[in-house]
Design a protein around this ligand. Structure first.
Ligand code: SF4
Length: 395
């Protein structure tokens, strides 16, 4: 027996009506989102999401970015159970990169055409606001053209604690030192129960959102992510979306929503990724339909594989994220997929879209309309180690 007094036929009608309304740009409720997430036929769900994507981006362009994720330390006091990257203070495998090293890495990225740097690190107990100010200032002085899309709400909370300043003061000082945009990392899942289960020492989801809301108010926009598959229920997945949409209604500061799947290796949480490929694709589609107030939707090739990443472009996504010249955090937990610029362009093109390199603000830098003019540079490829790009300094 289906929902309501109309039985299965009534539910099918209800689902059709919700999909039609969402495809036309109407707002759907969290309850409706849960219904279509769990019950709508896959093709109807993807079709509705793709209708929204086509209306938002009638030029048929789907984007990618060249950036480098640079980690400044793996020392962290927050000890998230899903994290395979961090080491506790005083652990023999803990490390810190000095500012010169970070600036050098930024220079390598610039040489390969990167426009964005994502600085991420553990919550080092001795890193206060001054360390971040000096680092950002040094990078901006050397490479003013680079966009620092870095840190996130969790780092802001940590900095405000270690420095004895307010969240607002921390954001203003980071911004004034050169931070352009906050990364959406650290959102994980914002819903209270599963968040506490996987990251008991991290700030609660509503606090993460309130930091982002403050940042948006101070002129620092961000993205927002979702790590799905750690054991959350379907309702908790939709609640994560609801919490984000509510803040976005007030600020408009989330540029993009980026869902990806939990990687279970080398961490304390272990287990397996409790989100199937289909669940991931359905979530992407529901996100496109639910977020009538977020412009962009990014599919993940890093955690789900290139083909699934490509499929997201048919489920509402308009962006495949970064080439990732360097990535150490998610790969430490088992993400094995790699790509390069040529392949990303090809994935987008064979999905029926026109590929374009974008910047952090989603402005098109190069539109690859003619395949014979595609850039060829084998070095613009993913590396999963801190010693990436061995060729750069010798050329
Ligand atoms: S996810 Fe971030 S905050 Fe959590 S343990 Fe890893 S480095 Fe620390």
């Amino acid at each position: 027996m289906g929902r309501g007094d109309g039985g299965a036929g009534g539910e099918a009608r209800e689902i059709r009506e919700i999909l039609e309304r969402a495809a036309e740009g109407g707002r759907i409720s969290p309850e409706e989102a849960l219904l279509i997430y769990t019950r709508a036929p896959l093709h109807a769900l993807g079709g509705a999401a793709d209708t929204v994507r086509r209306r938002r981006y009638p030029d048929g362009i789907a984007t990618y970015i060249i950036d480098r994720n640079i980690n400044y330390t793996n020392v962290c006091v927050t000890a998230c159970r899903f994290c395979a990257f961090f080491r506790a203070p005083k652990h023999e495998e803990g490390w810190v990169r000095d500012v010169d090293d970070l600036v050098t890495k930024c220079g390598e990225a610039v040489e390969l055409g990167a426009t964005q740097i994502m600085l991420q690190g553990g919550h080092h107990p001795e890193f206060g606001i001054e360390w971040y100010e000096q680092t950002f200032s040094a990078i901006k002085a050397a490479y003013p053209q680079l966009t620092l899309h870095s840190l996130g709400a969790s780092e802001v909370m940590h900095i405000s604690r270690t420095s004895g300043i307010t969240v607002e003061q921390a954001i203003v000082r980071l911004r004034d030192a050169g931070l352009d945009s906050f990364a959406g990392a650290g959102a994980e899942i914002l819903t209270e129960r599963p968040r506490r289960a996987i990251a008991p020492l991290k700030e609660p989801g509503h606090v993460w959102l309130s930091v982002m809301e403050t940042a948006h108010r101070l002129g620092v926009e961000s993205t927002v992510t979702f790590m799905m598959g750690t054991g959350e229920t379907n309702a908790e997945r939709i609640e994560h979306l609801r919490m984000i949409r509510e803040v976005q209604d007030r600020t408009g500061g989330f540029r993009s929503f980026i869902p990806w799947t939990y990687q279970p290796e080398n961490n304390h949480l272990g287990g397996r990724t409790q989100a199937t490929t289909l669940e991931y694709l359905r979530l992407v589609a529901v996100a496109r339909l639910f977020f009538d107030n977020i412009a962009h939707l990014q599919g993940s090739w890093l955690t789900t594989g290139k083909e699934v990443g490509q499929l997201t472009l048919h489920m509402g996504a308009d962006d495949l994220g970064s080439v990732m010249l360097e990535e150490n955090v998610v790969s430490a937990a088992g993400a094995r997929h790699r790509t390069n610029r040529s392949e990303l362009i090809s994935l987008i093109r064979t999905a029926g879209r026109i590929p374009a390199q974008r910047d952090t603000l989603y402005r098109h830098l190069v539109v690859h309309r003619d395949p014979t003019l595609d850039p060829v540079d084998d070095r613009v490829a993913s590396h999963f180690s801190s010693t990436a790009l061995p060729l750069v300094s010798t050329t």
